[in-house]
Design a protein around this ligand. Sequence first.
Ligand SMILES: [Zn+2]
Length: 383
Amino acid sequence: MAVSISDIIAPLVREYYAGLTPKEIAPQHVERREFGFGDFERTIAYRHVAFENETKLHSYLVESAPPFVSYSPSEYEDPAGRPMENKHWMGSELVFDLDATDMKLACQKEHGSSWVCQNCLDAVKAETMKLVEEFLIPDFGVSEKEISVNFSGNRGYHVHVMNEDIYKLGPGARKRLTEYISGAGIDLKNFFPALGERGHRLEGPTPTDYGWGGRLARGVISALNGGEAALISLGIDKTIARKLSKNKAEVVLGIATNGNWDKINIPNKADVWTNVLNGMAVRQGDQIDRNVTNDVYHIIRLPNSIHGKSGLVSKKLRSFKELAGYEPMKEAIAFRKGTMEVVATSPQFSMGGETFGPFNGTKVELPTYAAAYLLLKRVATPK
Ligand SMILES: [Zn+2]
């Protein structure tokens, strides 16, 4: 009889949870959270589960070894209540789900959306840093100690904000926060009152301005200093990038000293600066993923739980500072003991500081975590 993936992975998941203390896996106020669990087909197979305390949650995880564990960023008086209204919502963390697949990276056309490469991981990390450093801290007034970051367990990061003022915000206010960071509905006329009017000098924001205006000025100046390629990466077309770059000193001086954005003449200014603004926004994905932030009833991967499509841990970072040097393919590994034989067909990948593959239908003995990774990515079969 063939061995199923579940037969191989479940004991590893059980051993992982058994090796944690209840405190290491339980979220704050565990008794007010709703939990959901997945199997190898669905990330959430059932939900509306509640636990009285950390120990009960921990025992459940060790006993049932679920491949996916989700919990509510919301807190409820009765988290197991059904329908949702009967849970009696108390408040909610603000959560952002950043996933490499939402970033439309060129590498994804080559390796497909279920695979993740180093470029994917680097890009989504930079986007997460941008969310925290450019938006949450300066514009929303959140402090670093109210921010908790965890690897998603697969190809992104989750950012949780635990802030007293944000806790009580309803879906409408949360939606406006999402729109703000994605640059949606921002009218450039707010920063460039004369935009689109002929015969007026284009006065615009300076780098010290608050919010989007200052961010736009700082971003353009930093791209000007970075050269033509940096301007193009902000969404400016080649011809205009070249022209700006040639007159760099003058343009920077104009914007920085008195907000004069008209030092050189560029066509279709409104389109150019709108594109730039969009390039500086946080790519938090489409409508479906935005719901994680806006929908207070959404449940999301429990930090430090196993991700059943990778076998990696959705590892909680000790602090935001750790993110810059964080390497999930080294630090979020769970199944560290022993080796396993599989038949693999996969691109080359690095894990635990070692490089494996590429494999082309090869029977190969790998560290357990690497074999489990390939099995769960469905690019290997049990030997
Ligand atoms: Zn990639």
